[in-house]
Design a protein around this ligand. Structure first.
Ligand code: ZN
Ligand code: ZN
Length: 220
């Protein structure tokens, strides 16, 4: 009995630790980029399926409590749902200044919409981000490489990495518009100097901060 309680406590703690109370991952399905809720008021990326994201959001907060949607970069699978979520919640859309043009003009190539056989919607961001901007506890780190205006978001402990770094040190492709391998190397070096407990990537699984150093090694 005691052992069972201990196992239960351990599992509960592990689960809590995995996502932390500050971050909730919204279940969005396979093709879409990951969508996270931070501090119960900021959405990191919007994914592709607005009704699914809104349903997921309601498990944690009331729609009107969402204040900001931060897009990690200008790709279709990360922002398609943003306008609808904004309509339903009133949240403002933020993106780095170097990627904003592509979503504003609905550029099918630069947003990678063509890979999904769809038209990119035109989205007018409410605010343009630059390196070192702060949004609540999150600091914007400009990490060009996957796209010109890719950003990571750091709160002193965890890092949202978009398509810059994934679990196990895999990195985003650099052969699309705005992609540049040397920029990515430089960005990864910058990230590897941070003290990061966990990374929350734009695709796949949440992983340890060691992924950053692995990524630098892999790209050498
Ligand atoms: Zn992506
Ligand atoms: Zn991408």
């Amino acid at each position: 009995m005691v052992i069972e309680i201990l196992i239960l406590l351990k599992n509960t703690c592990l689960f809590g630790d995995l996502l932390g109370s500050k971050v909730h991952k919204i279940n969005v399905g396979k093709r879409s980029g990951n969508v996270y809720l931070y501090n119960k008021s900021i959405m990191i990326d919007a994914g592709m399926n607005p009704s699914r994201v809104l349903d997921g959001l309601k498990e944690f907060i009331k729609p009107e409590d969402l204040k900001i949607i931060i897009l990690t970069h200008c790709h279709f699978d990360h922002f398609l749902a943003a306008s609808r979520i904004k309509e339903k919640t009133g949240a403002k859309i933020y993106i780095h200044e170097d990627d904003s043009e592509y979503i504003e003009t609905g550029d099918n190539v630069a947003t990678a919409a063509i890979f999904f056989g769809q038209e990119a919607p035109k989205i007018k961001p409410d605010s343009l981000l630059s390196n070192s901007d702060e949004i609540q506890d999150l600091k914007v780190i400009h990490t060009p490489g996957h796209t010109e205006g890719s950003i990571c978001l750091y709160d002193g402990e965890i890092l949202f990495t978009g398509d810059t770094v994934f679990s196990n040190g895999r990195t985003g492709r650099t052969d699309l518009i705005g992609g540049d391998k040397n920029n990515l190397k430089h960005s990864l070096k910058k990230l590897s100097k941070l003290d990061v407990d966990k990374i929350y990537p734009g695709h796949g699984e949440i992983s340890s901060g060691k992924s950053l150093k692995k990524a630098v090694e892999r790209l050498k």
